[in-house]
Design a protein around this ligand. Structure first.
Ligand code: FMN
Length: 159
């Protein structure tokens, strides 16, 4: 069984909707999924996860302060998250408003933790992005991410 932890921040609901779509898809793919706002997520939950998916609104091209706080707090687990699957997603107000730099901001932290990150050659390359609330296109990207994260974690578990 694959445990997926999805940690997000969301003040007006857009990123939360993305988190819920990813969660539903990962659940359908057979995983046990925990969805947590960053201010409630714990290091114990991080340690228990096989895959960690972080999502944030775009704030001036970066992730939110709450997400940065969660990431900084995870230093207590430094070295213990090696080899887990990592992934990220973001929402923004504008196309070209910085959602990809926000995702890369999140992926940097996951890489520094030693996690395994799979890009996407045909979909949203770094991770799902939504402009405002997820539309049909962003919903498909989120659904795909949920499946891909579970599939990769299962592959690593078998290896
Ligand atoms: C402090 C702040 C900074 C923001 N900076 C950007 C930005 O640089 N580019 C952008 O496109 N949207 C920006 N936005 C808009 C949010 O990223 C966007 O509305 C997002 O969908 C909100 O997500 P949420 O509904 O999950 O809170 C900003 C919003 C706030 C409150």
């Amino acid at each position: 069984m694959i445990n997926v932890l999805i940690v997000y921040t969301s003040h007006t609901g857009n990123t939360k909707k993305m988190a819920e779509i990813i969660a539903e898809s990962a659940t359908t793919a057979g995983a046990t999924v925990l969805v947590r706002p960053a201010h409630e997520a714990t290091n114990d939950e991080l340690a228990a996860a096989d895959a960690v998916v972080l999502g944030s609104p775009t704030y001036y091209g970066h992730s939110s302060g709450e997400m940065r706080h969660f990431i900084d707090h995870s230093v207590k687990l430094h070295g213990k998250l090696e080899g887990k699957v990592g992934a990220a997603f973001a929402s923004s107000h504008n196309i070209g408003g910085g959602n990809e730099t926000t995702i890369l901001d999140l992926l940097h932290a996951l890489l520094i933790h030693g996690m395994v990150i799979q890009g996407n050659s045909s979909g949203d390359h770094y991770g799902p992005v939504a402009i405002g609330a997820p539309d049909a296109r962003a919903t498909r990207q989120c659904e795909e991410l949920g499946c891909r994260v579970v599939a990769l974690a299962a592959r690593l578990q078998r290896a």
